[in-house]
Design a protein around this ligand. Sequence first.
Ligand code: 4NP
Length: 162
Amino acid sequence: MSASTPNGKINVLFVCLGNICRSPMAEAVFRELVDKSQLRDRFEIQSAGTGSWHAGERPHRGTREVLSRHGIDPNGLIARQVSQDMLDHADYVVVMDSENLSDLRSWQIDQSKVSRLLDYAADINVRDVPDPYYDGRFELVYELSRLGSQGLLKHIREQHAL
Ligand code: 4NP
């Protein structure tokens, strides 16, 4: 499989509902993993929300605190709503839960590039990352993001022979 971005980078887009809790967490955790694997220049990593309510905001305080506690800088993440252009240019659209999956069905998108983050976490049997906006479990979201990101990077490395 080849990258579709004009600059030849592999474009990974994480999607949740508000783009302030889960998808910025996954974006930051995945980027950290890519950096540690010395693959930064091969990737373009972004996140977005299916909703627009929080566009322009920094991540939720819970996401920022958990990222900082794990040594990941939460600065520079700004919420935005997903766009057709972002979906067209992404090689991997990685959503957080089944509601995000069904919300994306109203967009024009090649479904074969859409997956859930926890599809890549082989050792656990949940497939949806629970929304911490309602239950405050940001540490759980971090742990699930780490597990999913490890599996996702392994999958991409295999597909692209990286
Ligand atoms: P996220 O969490 O989708 O993980 O960013 C939410 C953020 C905001 C809202 C819901 C979920 N909201 O209803 O405003």
